[in-house]
Design a protein around this ligand. Structure first.
Ligand SMILES: NC(=O)c1ccc[n+]([C@@H]2O[C@H](COP(=O)([O-])OP(=O)(O)OC[C@H]3O[C@@H](n4cnc5c(N)ncnc54)[C@H](OP(=O)(O)O)[C@@H]3O)[C@@H](O)[C@H]2O)c1
Length: 492
């Protein structure tokens, strides 16, 4: 059973409290923390949007919209009824004047507590909402603001958002959320590396051949065409989640598990990334876009068809990259990243491919010696697999085989795994920013990717087509195979 430490009474004000993120993730996450006894009785949760809802109609809205994300029957429970008492609603226009006095009145007493302002709205509202919060006198030293991705669509726009929010809140009050960092398995990456003495001596270019990071989705646009078509895979996945995974995999051991010690080490990795080669046959980036195909036996439309009959687009729904980190530990070790929609299987994983043994003493009849491989599965079926060479049992000559040593978290730990947002929301209340991105990390990641985005905009090249249900365009296979390596799903 996980240990639950209740937090001090707090107010959580969710701007965009009727939006998709709030109903799918934030309200269920707060409910689960309340159910587990982590949220005290006098904490308050206020949802904000422009809709003119009464207390009753908001309550009905929450019941209807949140219930699909709860366990069956939960809505009728006494705990849910008590949780609903904590929720209130105020109609406020984040960009206008309406509703601010009412919000001020709702927060008037008690004033001496942590106040979390969660901005689950479009990023263009972040600056304006922050300024109005200050104008209304709603911010003090104990206030915190949470902002969601995307923080900009390039370096310049990210700086603008950071300046606007930073004009009102100090850096230590700003929590830039990347929900990947709240996943249990991602935090486990730090435990694996720094709570065991086994791997760290091997974690370098002497012993590691290359690293692969894959975030594959089977879904397509899911009704978010307007957002995704102006974003694409590089902005949506690589700039934040995947570069963060890369940092946690590659960083030096932080001196302590404190926010700045961890973020300093991640920043050093981002700064050490070798600029991407976007042009020519030896380029380090492959872009793709899905055509019609089939996933799990069901036919799926092409990206262009999903967008609608009149819409053609050069937006990439897949990207594969070869990255290099110019530092002592990682010189010569390529990091291959790929992510995409409508791929063969939903999976997120980090693969550490070790180098082969320097010399084989076994006869060729014993079989091929496969190099060791460590696979950290972030989802689904969270766990860790280490592939080792072993002797097949029995007489009749020596035969060697690569077999998995498997740690499945579901088998090792009983009970429910909290969702990433549960952990992260409680971290904000506690004032622990370790799993949130600092301004310099976000901006350094954009500075690294901006040249590739600009080169694509300047050029006329189309993303490479791939069939929905495959593992991406042939060029992505070529990207890794031209160096004699292979994507993980093809190794087993
Ligand atoms: N959905 C996800 O899974 C997800 C994942 C990662 C990041 N995000 C980010 O989270 C943010 C919210 O996404 P979402 O999908 O929840 O968007 P959404 O479904 O469009 O919801 C937007 C919310 O903001 C409110 N809103 C809009 N304009 C407002 C204004 N002027 N004043 C006050 N409230 C206003 C809307 O209600 P009214 O129109 O009634 O005011 C609604 O409650 C975005 O930045 C998005 O990129 C979302």
């Amino acid at each position: 059973m996980a240990q639950i430490i209740p937090v001090a009474p707090f107010d959580c004000v969710v701007f965009g409290g009727t939006g998709d993120l709030a109903v799918r993730k934030l309200l269920p996450a707060l409910y689960h923390r309340y159910k587990d006894g982590q949220i005290p009785a006098d904490a308050r949760i206020l949802a904000i949007s422009r809709k003119p809802l009464t207390a009753e109609s908001f309550g009905n809205f929450v019941d209807e919209k949140v219930s699909p994300y709860l366990e069956p029957g939960e809505l009728a429970s006494e705990v849910w009824a008590r949780f609903r008492q904590k929720l209130s609603y105020v109609a406020v226009d984040g960009q206008g004047e309406a509703g601010w006095p009412e919000l001020q009145a709702a927060l008037a007493a008690p004033a001496d507590r942590v106040r979390v302002f969660y901005l689950a709205t479009a990023p263009r509202l972040y600056g304006g909402v922050s300024h109005r919060l200050r104008q209304q006198g709603l911010i003090d030293g104990r206030s915190r603001v949470v902002i969601e991705k995307p923080i900009g669509h390039d370096l310049e726009s990210a700086r603008r958002i950071n300046d606007e929010v930073g004009d009102v809140f100090t850096e230590s009050q700003i929590y830039r959320i990347d929900h990947y960092l709240g996943k249990e398995t991602v935090q486990n990456l730090m435990a694996l590396r720094f709570a065991n003495s086994l791997f760290e001596p091997l974690w370098n270019s002497m012993r590691i051949d290359h690293v692969q990071i894959t975030v594959a989705e089977t879904v397509g646009l899911e009704g978010r065409a307007d957002y995704y078509n102006t974003s694409g895979a590089l902005r949506d996945m690589v700039q934040n989640h995947m570069l963060q995974l890369l940092c946690l995999t590659a960083m030096e051991p932080p001196q302590a598990l404190s926010a700045d010690a961890v973020r300093d080490e991640k920043l050093k990795i981002l700064r050490a990334l070798v600029p991407l080669e976007t042009e020519g046959a030896n380029g380090s980036v492959v872009r793709g876009q899905y055509r019609a195909g089939a996933i799990n036996g069901s036919a799926v439309k092409s990206y262009a068809e999903e967008l609608g009959p009149d819409r053609s687009s050069r937006t990439e729904t897949f990207v594969a990259l070869r990255l290099a980190i110019a530092n002592w530990r990682w010189a010569g070790v390529p990091f291959f990243l790929r992510t995409g929609k409508r791929l063969a299987r939903k999976t997120s994983e980090i693969v550490i491919q070790f180098k082969p043994v320097p010399h084989s003493m076994f006869p060729s009849s014993a079989g091929r010696l496969a190099a060791n491989r460590l696979v950290v599965r972030l989802q689904p079926d969270e766990g860790i697999t280490l592939r080792l060479m072993t002797k097949e049992p029995g007489p009749g000559g020596l035969r060697l085989r690569s077999v998995p040593l498997d740690l499945s978290f579901a088998e090792a730990f009983s009970g429910r795994f909290p969702e990433a947002y549960e952990r992260l929301l409680m971290d904000v209340v506690r004032g622990n920013a370790t799993l949130f991105m600092r301004r310099d990390e976000v901006e350094t990641a954009w500075a690294f990717l901006d040249p590739a985005l600009q080169a694509w905009d300047r050029g006329s090249e189309q993303p490479k087509p791939y069939v929905a249900g495959s593992w991406g365009p042939a060029a992505a296979t070529a990207l890794i195979e031209r160096e004699g390596r292979t994507w993980h799903e093809e190794l087993d």
